[in-house]
Write a protein that binds this ligand. Structure first.
Ligand code: CTP
Length: 457
């Protein structure tokens, strides 16, 4: 039987013979052996850290990722990334809010440029809401940090340099839809040339044009109903035409926006929970086409407590008190509009119109808030029974009626917005025809894969 010593001597002899035959110097052989053993040990420790070092698999990579993250956070704390998004934000909707949410995710501080009425008129046609009304809603969006007013529709060289140097902007962001000037040129050509332009994914299924279209269709349908049943009262302000509107063939556009659970999570920032110390205020209503009046109401509600829960009534409830052709936006769309507002902490999607004891107890409500009756449009029909949806909180002495504040645009209502469109039907139909055609073209090219879409942030 051979001893271990003899086996080692035999192995050394075999290796020596091999090295001589191949003419390999012993120093090279030793270096190769050391490298081989080191690689083997290194790979084993990397693959089986639990066995060799008693630490968990993945700890190395997690450690390095953590270091990089801390480094990025320190760097961003020293110099936050400032992104700029501009727009008209007319009839400010949840598609705009989603654009602002994504823009904010591109950096640390979101600066929003609001295009003024005159510029919108020059480049797109008449806006529905004025500067102050658009400003109030955009400013209330929870992802907006700073605002710049009176910005040009196109980013010309001079304004671009002002953004870089005066406002310290790092990137300009816009949705992935083409944004063209009246002469057909690209409004963002200058920042694109400088490589400081980012695109975010446009939210499908909603646009100002689409909402204006829904309002025009709803008012046409209401006028036709009215003409068929003389003596009935319209939920819309009368248009200049009183006879049956002939061209009602164009059906109300079916919204093709899909509310996903992910979108709700994004808009609610993962969801907030009131603490035991919070004073919960419950404010409820339709919140149709979220506007400056709603912002004002939520601000007043917040002043009464520390945690604002907003009940967004379901579609059937809104139709029952506002008229058969309301709401303009469905309950999911209206809820997203509210969720984007910094003054709302939690939203009940499809809340009942009538406030019950059970609702008050479930959400630990300290005060219930609604608008004073003066805010109702004179054309609104009398509320359907039960006449007072706030009877329970009123009896408990926790109901507070809020007067409209005197903030900019605070006196606007959804019905007032619809009236503006109905009263200027011809101008808005003309604008919608143009905008609708370019939107249809955009969707056609996109669905054919001819437009490169951005990935959603
Ligand atoms: N936006 C979006 N999704 C929408 C509508 C707008 O992401 N459904 C983005 C635009 O791409 C732009 C920003 O919101 O970056 C502001 O848009 P705005 O200037 O108001 O113009 P439009 O793109 O014409 O918006 P709309 O069609 O709703 O009027």
């Amino acid at each position: 039987m051979t001893t271990p010593r003899q086996r080692l001597d035999d192995a050394v002899k075999i290796i020596n013979t091999f090295l001589k035959e191949k003419d390999i110097p012993p120093s090279t052989a030793i270096a190769a052996a050391v490298a081989g053993v080191t690689t083997l040990v290194g790979a084993s420790v990397y693959l089986y850290p639990e066995t060799f070092l008693g630490i968990r698999r993945g700890s190395f990579s997690m450690g390095i990722a953590g270091m990089l993250q801390r480094h990025a956070a320190r760097r961003r704390a020293r110099k936050p990334i400032r992104v700029y998004m501009d727009g008209c934000f007319d009839l400010t909707h949840f598609g705009h809010a989603n654009a602002l949410r994504q823009a904010k995710a591109c950096g640390d501080v979101l600066v929003v440029g609001l295009v003024p009425d005159a510029e919108i008129r020059r480049c797109k046609g008449p806006p529905v809401l004025n500067d102050a009304e658009r400003l109030a809603v955009v400013e209330s969006c929870k992802w907006v940090d700073e605002m710049i007013l009176d910005v040009p529709y196109d980013i010309n060289e001079q304004f671009m340099n002002e953004l870089w140097h005066k406002h310290k902007i790092d990137y300009i962001v816009h949705g992935d839809d083409p944004c063209l000037l009246p002469d057909g040129s690209d409004a963002y050509a200058a920042p694109k040339r400088e490589g400081r332009f980012k695109t975010i994914k446009r939210t499908e299924g909603v646009s100002t044009t689409d909402i204006v279209g829904r309002m025009l269709s709803a008012s046409k349908a209401a006028e036709n109903d009215l003409a068929k049943t003389p003596g009935s009262k319209s939920p819309f302000k009368k248009s200049k035409k009183s006879a049956v509107v002939e061209d009602v063939a164009e059906p109300a556009k079916k919204e093709h926006f899909c509310t996903t659970s992910r979108r709700v999570l994004q808009f609610s920032d993962g969801g907030k929970k009131p603490s035991d110390e919070d004073v919960v205020v419950y404010v409820h209503g339709a919140f149709d086409t979220f506007h400056a009046g709603h912002v004002d109401l939520l601000k007043s509600a917040r002043a009464l407590g520390t945690f604002v829960i907003v009940g967004v009534h379901d579609d059937a409830a809104v139709s029952s008190y506002a008229g058969a052709h309301y709401p303009i936006l469905n309950v999911n769309e209206r809820s997203l509009g509210v969720m984007a507002c910094r003054h709302a902490d939690e939203v009940i999607i499809g809340a009942p119109e009538v406030v019950t004891r059970d609702l008050l107890a479930t959400f630990n409500v300290a005060f219930v808030v609604a608008e004073d009756s003066a805010a109702r449009s004179p054309n609104a029909p009398a509320p359907a029974p039960p006449a007072d949806p706030n009877a329970v909180p009123r009896a408990l002495g926790i109901f507070r009626e809020i007067k409209r504040g005197d903030g900019p645009g605070a006196d606007i209502t959804t019905k007032e917005i619809v009236s503006r469109i109905v009263e200027n039907r011809a101008a808005f139909e003309e604008r919608n025809k143009r905008k609708g055609a370019s939107e249809a073209k955009y969707y056609e090219l996109k669905n054919a894969g001819e437009i490169e879409s951005a990935t959603e942030e």
